[in-house]
Write a protein that binds this ligand. Sequence first.
Ligand code: ATP
Ligand code: MG
Length: 261
Amino acid sequence: MAEKYYAGIDVGSHSTEAVIIDDNKQQLSFSIIDTGLDGNAAAENALNLALAKIGINRENLNGIVATGYGRANVTNAGKQVTEITCHATGAHHIFPQAGTVIDMGGQDSKVIHIDENGQLVDFVMNDKCAAGTGRFLEVMAKRLGSDLDQFGNLALLSEQAVPISNTCTVFAESEVVSLLAKNHPRDQIIRGLHQAIVDRIWAQSQTVGIHGAVIMTGGVALNQGVIQLLEDKLKCELLVPPQPQIVGALGAALIAHRNFR
Ligand SMILES: Nc1ncnc2c1ncn2[C@@H]1O[C@H](COP(=O)(O)OP(=O)(O)OP(=O)(O)O)[C@@H](O)[C@H]1O
Ligand SMILES: [Mg+2]
């Protein structure tokens, strides 16, 4: 009998990921692409890319689960599941000891408390405001002439941070312009911006509490400045998977395995 495969697709505001697993829940392939303007097209492209990497046809998929803010428009999925459930499932699979999942994406940030079986206990989500999300860092990196993948490292160049008083992204951007005009060192401003985002996610985490080992997921987990300053603030080490952006899609694939086997 032919091998069975399962796919999870996470259509986020910034990027779309697909993960393929086999019947033994082994991750075989993944892809990460920009979401762009058409979430359904991004879902199709990400899935095809992940399938092509391992030479598997669509007909070999037993089930597809979609998640992410664009999940409702994914026409090829047999089921749609919330990001909270998918992140909890994916995080527990990678780090069974995790009790807290912090996901920072492009448009929202979430702190999720899970039990020893990876089941949801409680969560808090900020999807109202760009401050405290990856979008804030994107805007500031652009304003300060840094590539996104270097921005976090620049925050760690200086021990000193210039405090950023505005929490709103738009006002904080103006504040940065005025701090630059007053000749504040660029790396100290960058550290201040990272401290601001860390303070926000820390405040958010206090409403559900920090339980057990903490895993960080989402694209912002690629930012070393956020990781280090958040570790300092939480006074604990963060578990970061090798591909933090695909945790939601992995969770979706595992839920496809559970539902369509
Ligand atoms: N190479 C990188 N280095 C540092 N940060 C990065 C990198 N790539 C992406 N990011 C950060 O990750 C964010 C996007 O994260 P992610 O891909 O998890 O978002 P998303 O799932 O599409 O969004 P959401 O879950 O909010 O809908 C960007 O806004 C950026 O701040
Ligand atoms: Mg996401």
